[in-house]
Design a protein around this ligand. Sequence first.
Ligand code: NAD
Length: 360
Amino acid sequence: MEYNIALIPGDGIGPEVVAEATKVLDKVCEKYGHTFHYTSLLMGGASIDVHGVPLTDETIETARKSDAVLMGSIGGNAATSPWYKLEPSKRPEAGLLKLRKSLGLFANLRPAYLYEELKGACPLKEEISDKGFDMMIMRELTGGLYFGEHKTEKVDGLDTAVDILTYNEEEVRRIAIRGFDIAMKRRKRVTSVDKANVLDSSRLWRKVVTEVAKDYPEVTLEHMLVDNCAMQLVKDPAQFDVILTENMFGDILSDEASMVTGSIGMLSSASLNETKFGLYEPSGGSAPDIAGKNIANPIATILSAAMLLRYSLDLDSEADAVEEAVKTVLRNGYRTGDIFSEGCKKVSTSEMGDLIAAAV
Ligand code: NAD
């Protein structure tokens, strides 16, 4: 089969890790007889440097016309980069928010999986990490607090800031349906996370999720308050399968879940709309501290490419092959610096890409 894939290498380590992911995708093409046509696009700081804005309309249109987008990451060091002297709407991150909104990417998926070989990197007590965990955080991405009205004004002579958190029932329903669909392909358990004891938006969230659950009798639904969920993630992460939550709670919880795996360089993510289209990217940022040194871990981006194969192209066997190749390389003791431990073989970004491509 032939597919069009838009690549957004971005800034920092982005171009390095995307190059390794395409190396692995090319190997998949060779083995399974597919053809991927890549179009490379600018976004973030790389786009500011060329066009003066973090995202152009042409980039949005080309991304929209592709079957899927594979991204590295965008942004630089906020303290030193000239990009952060620009007004907020012209900074690198504004490009990503606009792209997500323009493409209607309302569902963000972030798996947090503890690899047997990397248990030593898990910061939790051994008695907890020994049980392992394998969860999927499903975060609503285009509504809620980050997309409501923001303003700062003088009220009674005092600087006063307001951020508005809005959800309508349709926004909740579509993400809930996605969450339950994903749970059906997994262990059939959804934990819906909210703050229904305080927030109206959470009470609506809980009501709509409960309604949607009726269409999925095989899936067990549990509601959990966000503060409790933050505790449970470090106390007993094995209990979770799919965590379904709104934008800001998901932002925070997915980072927490990432950290309990102990290795940001391993974590993939997908952002989906109502069709098969999706944007796939590592969960970490552009890591300006290690950019250009060929030491970044490309596995998160390679696993994001595996998600692309699975969710946008329906190439499940090919996705399995990539995920298995990652496990094989780890089992054989190869590690980039961020996940290195005594007795393993340290490899560079490009060597890790070569090894995984060869194992596919
Ligand atoms: P970061 O994730 O870039 O880096 C945090 C730490 O993790 C650093 O020490 C970094 O070296 C390390 N790290 C991250 N990815 C790694 C990898 N693949 N291999 C090895 N080590 C890795 O977070 P930050 O420093 O807070 O942010 C840097 C920039 O990235 C900022 O401009 C931020 O806005 C941006 N950012 C972008 C995205 C995105 O593009 N979606 C997401 C998060 C942050």
